[in-house]
Design a protein around this ligand. Structure first.
Ligand code: AMP
Ligand code: ZN
Length: 484
């Protein structure tokens, strides 16, 4: 398996510290608002990365933090007349709800910054003791000059970084690049006692301490969006390696950003949509597909057209699953066991395509998680299966079941195509009522009352419910393309 490492700026063979076991950490949300559809990109991508590593047989420990003390939370609390804790609790809960809406499996550990204050204080003290940090009026800064590797992750020489940082000169710092590890509390702010007076941790510190506490001083993979490379991850790396005197992270992985009309989608620009609203409009699988149909290291543009395309693509797969499922039900499980010798020539060719699809899918994901190419291989199979099933010899029927199972299997790591192919009635009662109407309509048809029978069908269609006659049987589905 190969993946791109931001630290070395090249594709590398993936080898975890402990064979067969992957320890990964991904920067989580700052809980001061619902997250936007751009934030959903890393959450979905690392969810898929983790699922895929498991699919490939790795044991995975996944940690994602929750930043529940931060300037943005303090400002939001002041604006809403709430305490910072109340704001953090409200949006932490909303965060978990939204993960579920997106079909994202929660991490194994979701540490909150405020639960790790004693460890953070210890960490800062160790940096002070080693000469890597200094105290000014209750603030503690990291001494960037003491860490010669600074700038390695972002690939920027210190001089260039300095030129950028000079704009906001702070007299109290030895060097403009020095960053706060610990901040003295201002009136009304959340605070904890420390050897340097009452205060709170800096954001970069939080991630280092939580990741090291849960995964150890060296772990395999650290993820986040490219916007976090500098300064957040650069600072995490510097302070962690200064404290432990050993490599912090083996592979730094960064997803590219979601754009809206060419600009980064962000709260500060105001060009965002909440993830929960987008899911409500297009369905969770359309959102996942929208991201996964591109490589994680390419920027993506958000648009209603792209979302509608994603929705149609997902629909195409479910349509095939539905058709296959129907075929299987019709045969009541008879003649579905695969006997390769009985296949027609065309069937044998199709079997080769099925086997090739699994191989290609895995090859693409092994190659820096190329979900776009992997989905491409899967869609090629869907296209061919649609042609194949139109004029299929009965001996080849088992191949449809094989196709069905493969789509389910490969969809697993992507978190796609796992729902029932049949639209579920929104309530049991609704299902029963539609069932009654179908029975009545079929009675009318046997009595040659076609006009009345058609009326039932037309009027149900107006309500968004479609009836399809398949041989003896009538099945129904919702017309809308929203599946979640
Ligand atoms: P934040 O709450 O801003 O710290 O962001 C949480 C996560 O979302 C981080 O991994 C960011 O890199 C990521 N992120 C923020 N904006 C975008 C965007 N427009 N596209 C993709 N990822 C983003
Ligand atoms: Zn972080």
């Amino acid at each position: 398996m190969r993946l791109y490492n931001t630290l070395t700026k090249r594709l590398e063979e993936f080898k975890p510290v402990e064979p067969g076991r992957v320890k990964m950490y991904v920067c989580g949300p700052t809980v001061y608002d619902y997250f936007h559809i751009g934030n959903a990109r890393p959450f979905i991508f690392y969810d898929v990365l983790r699922r895929y590593l498991k699919y490939r047989g790795y044991d995975v420990v996944y940690v994602q933090n929750i930043t529940d003390v931060d300037d943005k939370i303090i400002h939001r609390a002041a604006a809403d007349g709430l305490t910072p804790q109340e704001v953090a609790e409200r949006y932490t809960q909303a965060y978990f709800e939204d993960l579920e809406r997106l079909g994202i499996q929660p991490a194994d550990h979701q540490p909150k910054a405020t639960e790790y204050i004693p460890q953070m204080i210890k960490f800062v003290q160790a940096l002070i003791d080693k000469g890597y940090a200094y105290v000014v009026d209750g603030d503690v800064y990291f001494r960037v000059k003491r860490f010669p590797d600074y700038g390695r992750l972002s690939g920027k020489p210190i001089d260039e970084l300095l030129a950028g940082a000079r704009v906001e000169v702070d007299e109290r710092k030895e060097n403009p690049l020095d960053f706060a590890l610990w901040k003295r509390a201002k009136p009304g702010e959340p605070r904890w006692p420390s050897p340097w007076g009452e205060g709170r941790p800096g954001w970069h510190l939080e991630c280092s301490v939580m990741s090291i506490s849960l995964l150890g001083e060296t772990f395999d993979l650290h993820g986040g969006g490219t916007d976090l490379i500098f300064p957040h991850h650069e600072n995490e790396l510097a302070q962690s390696e200064a404290a432990a005197a050993r490599p912090f992270v083996r592979y730094w992985v960064h997803n590219e950003l979601l754009k809206f009309q060419g600009e980064k989608m962000s709260k500060s620009l105001g060009n965002f949509e909440y993830a929960r609203d987008v899911v409500a409009r297009y369905g969770k699988e359309a959102v996942r597909y929208f991201y996964l149909s591109k490589h994680y290291r390419t920027p993506i543009n958000f648009s209603p057209e792209a979302m509608a395309d994603a929705q149609r693509a997902v629909e195409r797969v479910y349509h095939l699953l539905e058709e296959i499922d129907y075929e299987q039900k019709r045969h009541d499980g008879r003649g579905l066991k695969l006997d390769k010798r009985r296949l027609t020539r065309r069937g044998k060719e199709f079997l080769r395509l099925i086997e090739q699809t699994r191989r290609e899918f895995i090859e693409h994901l092994d190659d820096d998680f190329n979900t776009a190419a992997a989905l491409g291989a899967l869609f090629e199979l869907v296209k061919e299966a649609n042609v194949f099933r139109q004029q299929m010899a009965p001996e080849d029927l088992p191949l449809l079941k094989l196709t069905y199972d493969l789509i389910r299997e490969l969809g697993g790591p992507l978190g796609l195509f796992q729902e029932s192919p049949w639209r579920q009635a929104k309530s049991e009662l609704e299902g029963q009522l539609i069932g009654i109407l179908i029975d009545v309509r079929n009675r009318l048809r046997t009595q040659k009352e076609f006009e009345l029978a058609d009326q039932i069908r037309t009027r149900l269609k107006e309500l968004g419910i479609e009836l399809k006659d398949k041989g003896e049987e009538t099945i129904w589905s919702y017309l809308s393309t929203d599946r979640s």
